[in-house]
Design a protein. Sequence first.
Length: 340
Amino acid sequence: MGMALTAWAAVHAQAGAPILANPSPSRIQGPFRLVTIGELLYSRPMANSADRDFQAVAKLARDADVTIADQEGVFFDLAKVKGVPGDGGLIGPPIKALDEKSMGIDMVALANNHSNDWGYDGLAETQRLLDAAGVVHAGAGRNLTEARKAAILTTPRGRIAMISTASTFKPLSNATDPFGDAPARPGISVLRTRRIDLVTPHQFTTLRAIAIDSTRFSHRPPDPEASEISLNDSIFRQAAMPGVIWEMNAYDHAELMRAIRQAKQTADFVIFTIHAHESPTGMDDDNPEGPDFWCSYFTTRSMLERTSSMVTASTRCEASKSTRAGRSSTASAHTSCRAI
């Protein structure tokens, strides 16, 4: 199984204001330590581990003002909850919720490609256990409105909001709101994307010929002036250099920006997280460079104007390393996009 790449962004947004070069800062005063952890891919209690290296990492989490992590997979008692296993089947014991709290984890993101491995029953029980343990969670709910909404953690330093979404997810795991007579579907918040393969003019000419031949008897061939063609389930776009880009669904993008803006109205500090396997190579790999849409998320001016959000005008992307809980000897690729 490929190692997921996770981007964490601390975002400062304000509702109803024009986009400014120097937006208002966080309302938290003085030093503030935020620790971010990658995927919590472990299946047994670890808080009291005898591993010194692990405990050194756990101390960082416990000493922080706020520690967040990505809860990949679910946990519950199989004897009591009738979750139905699906594709993946990641599961841990119910004690994990208290174990995460003991490690100093305050907030977890639930939107990822393993959230629904045991159906919504498994996800709902995980949420219940986290609530009982006092771990705040975001990114999942009984409908899309709940899944998109920011989770709030009240600390001595201020109110911290977190919004969680996933651009890599399994079919039917995305939450929906009711529509007409159709009921809501529980699940996670998602950011839909479409992959576009960039090809050279010579490659594009060859692909156009293949597309014309393959569509002769089914549907209209590509337009002679088109710079983008679809072939089966793939999209190809003519460019100077080959590569892979990912385009965000405009509706999902706008709604997530709206959620961030709304969170800023009542929180002193807003955190946005995304679980993504997309990469510049197009492969589900450990490439430390995130896909292009990660760092363009908050710099698409037209989208920001459309949602009346105000975020920092400059975004810096940098590669760093973080250690996975339960795998203290192995550092995972962890790309951090943060507003400056």
